[in-house]
Design a protein around this ligand. Sequence first.
Ligand code: 4AD
Length: 484
Amino acid sequence: MFRGAARMFSVVTTTSVCRGILSSIRHYCKKTPTKLRISKALSGAELGANVRVQGWVRSVRAQKTNLFLHVNDGSSLQSLQIVTSSKQTDPLLTFGSAVEVTGTLKKSPHQKQAVELEADQIHVVGTCNPPDFPFKIKERHSLEYIRQFPHLRCRTNAFSSLLRIRSEATTAIHSYFKENDFVQIHTPVITSNDCEGAGELFQIEPSSPEKEENENFFSVPAFLTVSGQLHLEVMSGAFSRVYTFGPTFRAENSQSRRHLAEFYMVEAEVSFTQSIEDLTKVMEDMFRFATEHVLAHCAEDVDLFHKHVTPGHRDKVDSMLKKSFPVITYSEAIDILNRSSQKFVFPTHWGCDLQTEHEKYLVKHCGNIPVFVTDYPYDLKPFYARDNRDQPEHTAAAVDLLVPGVGELCGGSLREERLDLLRARLEEAGLEDTYSWYLDLRRFGSVPHGGFGLGFERYLQCVLGVDNIKDVTPFPRFSRSCHL
Ligand code: 4AD
């Protein structure tokens, strides 16, 4: 509209007409409030401006002469205080309702906030009946309670903070890889392989298989991916540093606090690796980079967790970042467990898989900071793990990163690049035909390479101290639960 008026001004040149148009432009500009996000309004940069904000009411307080509202639009943990005459009180203006407010941004006379909006007009866009709304004004609901309302929990302070942190951590991880010259690969969600060989696959097929065109849709059995690793390995034959960050799926019939049926995984693959240290360096650097970024860019949101949800957790995070992460071998880990006075439920003999109770003990033993465990028994690891032929015990060049409160955060390995050894292992498993393309990768310009995967939800649990993985993902999927 403004641009249209200006164009008219350049065509009609009579002075009085110009004056008239200019005054109507001024009038229009004065009348049209600038639409502002609440984080911008709170920054104080627009003091004195006539603005329009939109959001959801987080509190309503009526006093003798004034009505105070706090309105939040998700751009910040803080809400903007709106002040208006109590004559403006509208019964529809309740906790949880959606509003549009116009008025003037002013310096607040109260210490609690720097800025407030003196409202000229408040329009209720969407009503909300408080007795029916599951969240109550001024009440701090537990994560367990709000988990019952997956369609509404983003309206609470805690969960909106979590979602902003999750978004910022995603940005940080992409930035880390960009700054370190990794190329992002969009690995497929639908695949015909079981990378981990654990048989925890969700098979997919058209919802109406009886239709002729849907019969045998992909010609081969197809699954939701459990890992993008093998597709990254394809790319690592042409790109020396690649990564992917996307959803992965496991049909694990688990109700545990660290397993989901759908979770996000960050995976990296590095070519021309000399040793497992090349991988632990990337894992540790990425962990530090992302965590420092989140602490710096989401300070208020992280504080909410560290003060009200998991009090005292900030000190634990600071101590994780202070020291470099220790490295122990699997054999040393077994020794530590066997020397412990703690009674474990699961056995701790050489060759056993490390269970959560073992992982948590090892982390504690190493000073409650992240710890790398390397060189696992060969038979515990999938077909792609590199055989450590030079060691007395039969181990693979695999590494897990164990972290406080969670246990395993990352799993990775050097990949078997030697054609004869890889072929023999695939033959033994009867997989030589299935993976003939994978053997090709070793035939044509094969190089030593390796990589790892980090469970993104477990990362958030570790940094925020959240006990249950269902509380760090927007829409948790697990066995016997797929709401929405
Ligand atoms: O150790 P995993 O199974 O490793 C792989 O899938 C490799 N192919 C990755 C690679 O080398 N590119 O899984 C990696 C991480 C685990 O350490 C864990 O943090 C997370 O993914 N994870 C889960 N997170 C939530 N729910 C589950 N069911 C998970 N399973 C694994």
